[in-house]
Structure formats: C-alpha cells, structure tokens
Design a protein around this ligand. Structure first.
Ligand SMILES: [Zn+2]
Ligand SMILES: [Zn+2]
Length: 420
C-alpha cells in the first residue's frame, strides 16, 4: 500500500490523502481547501481525477470537501459519503462559490455533478473498489461525519475529524477495535485538554443569562454547521428562560438537521430547541433585534462574514451587551481581534469593543486525553501518521505514539509518500 499526503499535513486545512492499494486501486480520502485569514484559498496538491477509482469524503466541512468539485470539471470519479454529508456539502460548497466564485476553478455545475452522482453509503456498510473494501464509521464530529476503514492486503484507519466526547447534538465517535496496519489520525488538539462539556455549558448559559437580564443583546457568533444548533440545544436543555433568535445560514442547516434525524443523535432535544428559537427574517427584524434583550445565534463563527458581523457592529459599543465566542478563533480573523484586542474591524472601520467579550470552546474534535485513549485502543502495533493540526501538534502526537505505544509514528510533511 502506498500513502501520499497531498494536504492537511502539519496544517489544518486542505485535507487530502491518496492511497494506492497493492491491487492498483487509487482512493482519495478527502479533498479540501484551506482559507487563510487573508481570505486566500489554498488547494491540495494535484491529483489526476481520471486516474482515481474512488473519492471518499469524510464530512462536509470545507477543509475536507472544498476542492472535491474540482475533480468533476473534466472527469467523474466515484464519490463515497453519507447522505448527511452530501446534504450539508451542498450548502457549504455553494456558499463558498457565492463568496469566492471568481477565484475557484469550478462552479455550481460541478457541485451538482459531484453531489448528484455521489454514492450514499450508510455507516458500517461495506463498499468495494477493486481489491479494497471501504467502510465508514461514525466520527461523532458533525452529523454524517465518518472515519474510514480501508481493507485489502493491509488495513488502514483514517479518523477524519472526530471526537469521542458526547455533545447535545452527537453521541461521539464509534471506536473501532485495533489490528490496523496504518492509523492516520487528526491532531487538532494534541497539546490541549478540553474543559468538561457540562461545565462549559453551565458557564456559557450563565454568561448569556447575565447579559440578557441586564437588558443587553447577547451575540453568539457560531458556525452554521453543528455549532449554532448545539448552542440552541444547550439553552433549551438548561431551561434558558429568555428569547433566543437564530440568523443566517444556521437556519437552513437547522431545518436540514430536522430532516436528517437518523444522523442527529440529539434529534428530540433539537426538536424542542427549535420550538423555542425564532428565526430572524428580513432587515427590519435584524435592526430591531440588535437592541433587544435577547440571545442572537448567528454565523460566521469567527466574524468573517454573515449577519454576525452586522450584530457585532451593533453591540460592540454597548456595555450592557456581550459577544460570546463558542469556538477557537484562528489568529488573524476578525473574531480573534475582538477576543484578544477588543478591536472590531469591519467594512474598513475599526471600533473599540466595549461590550463584554468571552469564549467557551465547544470543540467538535477530540482533546489530548481523548486522542490518547483512542490511539491506545486502535493503534497498537500500527504505523501512525499524525495530520490535521498545527505543526507542533502533529509532531507532539507522533512523539507520544512513538514513546507510549512503541509504534512507528510520524508527522508527514506535505507531499510525503510512504510505502507500507
Ligand atoms: Zn471538520
Ligand atoms: Zn477538519
């Protein structure tokens, strides 16, 4: 088996791994993009789509899916993913085209072509590509997210993005039993333990309650995929007594999740949460809301666009209001500037933020402890490749696997090729 790292090596973004089996099957695992803080889009290394026997997409996030349509400009490879992944990808890919159309090598046509022909595969079902059996198992990261098992003369486990932590939305990843020759693991939080979810939830709700009860607007910038829904579910679960609004693409994704009930472990709670959440419709409602005592959940999660930018401007100079981040803020993004320097930069203007700013990191990735527990169970005797993390995180996880598991473990660099 040959493994080639085309992206997502010593970085988060543009995940792409090409696997060649002994029997000649060429299988691409993910083909994502990386959008840097300057809004520059980076693609993985080139692969000839005509030579691919199959593409497996682990989940809908653009760092895994964003370059997939490029493979469908002049070819039509087999695409394998869950139904939930296709449905969410449609929103995310078309949104990317709307924002960056002139800088991409494809358009809505290729998105339709890719997603329309994609094979819908259920978790724990096996698909055959030449001499390789492919199986997807639940990764617990977002609805429909999968880990991939390749089984031929060698066995390979690719985690994609995963977490074993149970959240209101997802029950957490299935952990396969070991015996793999190769384990390719994400490393996002290899150097950091997560605070217990329940503690974070209580602190988050307390913070939002304080703002609303002092008459302020509590803005929660959140990703439209998974995070917005989780925040609404936490508020419902902890009996938050005040008004909650949702804006932007989060509304469409919430409606989609109600349809994808078999992929949403917390579907009952989501249903209850939706009954309490009001969708923002139209500019008037948005204007009125930005001075109301209520919670507003809106993308984008790092204030790089979406209605959250409008709300942030409206509340930035109000001391009774708050901006509460619910995910990591990438250095160089507007969200990170608000969080670390209390400066809001929007539309060429720079405003000093006087509202309360805080952060509760509701991560969808395994933390250090979860990564170690997972690898103890899956990677005994396997060759380990640590990807999808800052360079220090990939290196640290590989070092840990070498020392604690006694396995051969590396943090491959971009373009590296390994024979197993
Ligand atoms: Zn992801
Ligand atoms: Zn990712």
């Amino acid at each position: 088996m040959e493994i080639r790292f085309l992206g997502g090596a010593r970085e988060v973004g543009r995940s792409a791994i090409l696997v060649k089996s002994k029997g000649g099957a060429r299988i691409l695992l993910d083909y994502g993009v990386k959008v840097d803080p300057e809004d520059e889009i980076h693609f993985p290394m080139h692969v000839s789509p005509k030579d691919l026997d199959a593409v497996v997409l682990t989940h809908a996030h653009l760092d895994h899916s964003g370059a997939i349509p490029m493979l469908f400009v002049s070819a039509s490879p087999r695409l394998i993913a869950t139904e939930a992944t296709y449905r969410q990808s449609e929103y995310l890919l078309n949104d990317m085209i709307k924002l960056n159309g002139d800088r991409l090598f494809f358009g809505e046509l290729e998105v339709r072509k890719a997603l329309g022909k994609g094979e819908r595969v259920n978790f724990n079902e096996t698909v055959r590509v030449k001499d390789v059996e492919i199986e997807l198992i639940d990764a617990g990261h977002i609805p429909g997210s999968a880990q991939v098992i390749l089984n031929s003369d060698k066995t390979l486990l690719y985690t994609g993005d995963f977490t074993t932590v149970k959240t209101r939305l997802m029950d957490g990843a299935d952990v396969p039993s070991g015996g793999f020759d190769v384990v390719i693991t994400e490393s996002t939080y290899a150097r950091e333990d997560h605070q217990p979810r329940r503690e974070l939830e209580r602190a988050l709700v307390e913070q939002l309650r304080e703002t609303v009860e002092s008459g302020g607007t509590a803005l929660v910038p959140a990703f439209s995929v998974s995070r917005s829904q989780e925040v609404a579910m936490i508020l419902r679960a902890l009996n938050f007594p005040h008004d909650v609004y949702m804006d932007g693409m989060a509304k469409e994704l919430t409606n989609l999740y109600l349809e994808l009930e078999e992929f949403v472990d917390g579907i009952d709670l989501l249903g209850q949460a939706v009954k309490r959440v009001r969708y923002v419709r139209g500019r008037r409602m948005r204007e009125r809301l930005s001075s109301e005592a209520a919670v507003v959940i809106s993308p984008a999660g790092m204030l790089q666009g979406g209605p959250a930018v409008y709300y942030a401007r409206a509340v930035a100079e109000r001391e009774d209001s708050s901006i509460t981040f619910v995910s990591f803020q990438v250095p160089g993004t507007p969200g990170e500037a608000v969080l670390s320097r209390k400066v809001l930069e929007a539309d060429g203007e720079s405003v000093t933020v006087r509202s309360k700013v805080s952060q509760f990191r509701l991560s969808g990735h395994a933390g250090r402890k979860e990564l170690h527990d997972y690898l103890r169970r899956t990677a005994e005797g396997a060759r380990v490749f640590a990807v999808h993390g800052e360079p220090e995180s990939c290196a640290e996880l590989a070092r840990w696997a070498r020392e604690e598991l006694g396995t051969e473990a590396v943090d491959p660099e971009l373009g590296a090729v390994y024979e197993v």
